[in-house]
Design a protein around this ligand. Sequence first.
Ligand code: IPE
Ligand code: IPE
Ligand code: MG
Length: 248
Amino acid sequence: MTSEPPTNSPDNLPKVPTHIAIVMDGNGRWAASRGLPRLAGHRAGTENLRRIIRACVDFNIKILTIYAFSTENWGRPSEEVEGLMMILEDVIDKELDELNAEGVQLRHIGRLDQLNQRLREKVLHAVETTKNNSKLTLCIAWNYGGRDEIICAIKHMIKEGVDPEEIDEDRVNRYMFTAGIPDPDLLIRTSGEMRISNFLIWQSAYSEWYITPTLWPDFDREELQKALQAYNQRDRRFGKLSTACDKV
Ligand code: IPE
Ligand code: IPE
Ligand code: MG
């Protein structure tokens, strides 16, 4: 008797995106709906991230980029900002060894110079420790803004005296925080907001969007599977014609 593949098997997903990027939104609303402080939502969101990292490994996704702290998030009350910084520190302290053992390579995108020295060193240490891992690249967007990234790239090119005639898409890619990482195939935003909020504005030119009302702490493996199923229905044309269309 042939058994059906389990519903969470990658066998059911012929097209597996190489790179998924997630705007992990809705932690505050998740907490508010339970009468909890916002930071409790951020902690629940962090626990969920652990589950989603495992699911990505199981689904054979090679790169996961997570939007965890934007350049605009500094505008939140200082207790929330400080709490978020502590959560990142905690995650690195508690999870680094396990992530390393699981073959996860950590990368950071964004600006480290505005973080306190201890956190900056922890992030750099985590990146260095995991740099030879290849099971999954987990790219943490922390103090990240798409516009800031473009400004940094322009400044960098000018400082290096790049000839304007030599500026093309490949060159710009190499000056982005994401240098060497392919563009996201699938961009997920939880909590129903339909905006990009300054995330990967250069890299997402042809990413497929998937927006779900589910709040980030509730976005589990099954929800990820639904996003992957939706991705499998998409016809990515990149401005050309569908491969299914053979008549003009
Ligand atoms: C996303 O959750 C996490 C961060 C922005 C750090 P929010 O904190 O934005 O949650 P909501 O949107 O207020 O529910
Ligand atoms: C985007 O969420 C940033 C992160 C998830 C880190 P926000 O909650 O900050 O975005 P807006 O304010 O709704 O656009
Ligand atoms: Mg939000």
